[in-house]
Design a protein. Sequence first.
Length: 220
Amino acid sequence: MYPFHGAAIAAVVIAPLAQGAIVNEASPAWRGQANTVFAGWESFVSGFGGFNIADRSGSFCGCALFNFGAGSWLQANGNIRAGDAGLDIKAFGGQFSTQRLRSVVVNMAIWDGLVETSQMKLRLVDSNGAVTFITPTSMEELSEQVFDDGSIYRSRAYHFDAADDYLSSGAVAQWRLEFTSSGGMALDEVAIDLDFNMVPAPSTMALAFLGVMAARARRR
């Protein structure tokens, strides 16, 4: 597991209803480094069918997010509110690196609902067209705020971390984040981090260790 800035905090707040943001965001230590991708959506322009380009500062992948949940609509504050059928979100991105995908973190801020780990998956396509589906390995409750009108604002982080293997067996030509929700939920903000910095294979690490030992022996 990678270190993250900010602790997981649950808070109950009695306050006027207001536009929110991701609270206590789980920002991976490798965000902004070489071979990483960041995309964030702070506000949406289409509530159903149309594309929403990542608009948060620091986004640089040209990623787009769509909602196909029937009956959903765009609220005046830029949130996507689900109808009875719930949200059906798909966020797309293209190839960024020839390295294999190592780790993914998704942060999300929502009103009046939940997105469980069972409702989220990452679709990976390699250069040969082979498709792999990955589900989160863990979910982190970042914040819960209850307002005096009964509305609940939640921030969560979903971690796709590989302990023993890479998330994809080859270079990722395309990725797609997909998640659904129950009816009535509103999506306020989404951020996704992808890390393409490959960990050396055990055999490579062993060779590197032997090289260091040989160099030390020569110096003696």
